[in-house]
Design a protein around this ligand. Sequence first.
Ligand code: GLC
Ligand code: MG
Length: 580
Amino acid sequence: MRLQITICLLLLGCLVFVTCNPIDKNEIPLTEKEWWQTAVFYQIYPRSFKDSDGDGSGDLKGIQSQLSHIKDLGVTAAWLSPIYTSPQVDGGYDIANFTDVDPLYGTLEDFDNLIAEAKKLGLKIVLDFVPNHSSDKHEWFKKSVKRIDPYTNYYVWADAKIVNGTRQPPNNWNSYFKFSAWEWNEERGQYYLHLFAIQQPDLNYRDPNLVKEMKDVLRFWMNRGVAGFRVDIISALGEDEALPDEPLSGNCSPDDYCYLNHIYTEDQPLNYDMVVQWRDVLKEHAAATDKVPRVIMTESYSEIDKTIKYFGNETHDGACFPFNFYIIMGISQSSNAQDLKNVVDNYFNKVPKGRTPNWVLGNHDQHRVADRVGVKRIDGLNMLTMTLPGVAVTYNGEEFGQEDGFVTWEETQDPQAINAGEENYLGATRDPERTPLQWDDSKNAGFSTAEKTWLPVSQKYKETNLKKQKAEKESHYKVYKDLVKLRQADALINGDFSSHVEGSNVLLILRKLNNSKLFLTAINFGDIHEEVDLSKIDKILAENLKIEVSSVGAAQTQGSIVSNGKLHLHPYESYVLSKN
Ligand code: GLC
Ligand code: MG
């Protein structure tokens, strides 16, 4: 009898154990995650990061001198916007030599030193790979103009269309930076395609020599120790070979990019195929060296179904993801918690099974979070992206909430702004988010000793700078750092995720994993006081919760306890809470 009872109890115990602890097939054991899948990538815009030689432009030695800051943040890797030989027409995205460093930034030796130093600190370096175009000063282009093989077809050349006896571009395609995407070349007697500036001729991926040459560029930098690549504007890589006119969108004026529906110049089959090929190059390199996966992160602002395809299909595994720009594209000053939830859920539901989601809050092409979404929402948004599953991407300066700088028409550098003209440049310019990093309150915000910096240092630097935020008891910087640290928790790496809107404007993100501490992120996205009953979402939240991270100025500080599931949130107040 006693034995029977014991067996019964044991069975019941097992049953209870099984039902209370369902094994979620989506949970991946910690050991199976690769380095990049839980990484924080920190984007450095080299020209504005730190100037070591006093010429007013940031450089590689400047970056090296601040590696300790990056290490302190706790991030995994730094990805550098282009450092290559360039006339700097488009902030270095116009490259005249893909395998050398521009003197503005230093030398290849400086780069090797940077890699070596980063390695010592346990930091990875990722480079920007710009495959869509080169500079018109590139040797390949000069030779292509002269039809010198093998360069003759390295670029997209096309004959003129003759209309009523006059020369016209081959079709109606427009440049991202306004006006026709075609430029006449007298010497060759043909037009060349430039989806960006006139000085950025598009490369032709239908030429096998060019394809091979660009793969060698990847190999060159991997041999120098980089951990992967951010792939610039992958959506623009290939075009329909027949060069058909694009249909009108019904928006914008005829010279603008948005005047057309880009069905023949964006997200063509060739693009997806090239990503798979590059991934293979990276895999080969890892297999032949240290077996550590090298990562590819692609850039495109396309609709989600097209973007998601850059993950590749089931047969294409590997460390690769398309940037998730849907928070950037979907969330503004006027958004509410429901908008935020929709953006997060829509993206999350689209990520193919087994693939790693990622969350990007800013980059050198977008106004800073402080200006785009609001200073008061900085901490809440960092909490969101740092506690969602997968990769987080931060643009330099966002770790302490740097705001946009102001750049006059005379000081303007961005070709997109220049093409928009003096009247309209403020609507097009990307210079404000590229002004120098604000390190401290000394001359030029500690960025440079030069009399004049390449873009003006923002007047706001005395108020917003890293040194000040390091010294303050509470700061965006401290919140950011705490969040990066928290990401190591099991439930934030492997837990499941659910999102909820409560009250009128509160977004809650719950991350749970069996037998692990759970995490709840609570973001008041609005300007009214809210009281939410957390137990409505999950009964367990009625138990004592501990505050792990609080937004700057929040009523409750780190370590305080929230009980009975009653959470009060002042306007814009945000917290990450935990329960053991
Ligand atoms: C990408 C870059 C942007 C650049 C463009 C052309 O969108 O992020 O800065 O202007 O590509 O290379
Ligand atoms: Mg310099």
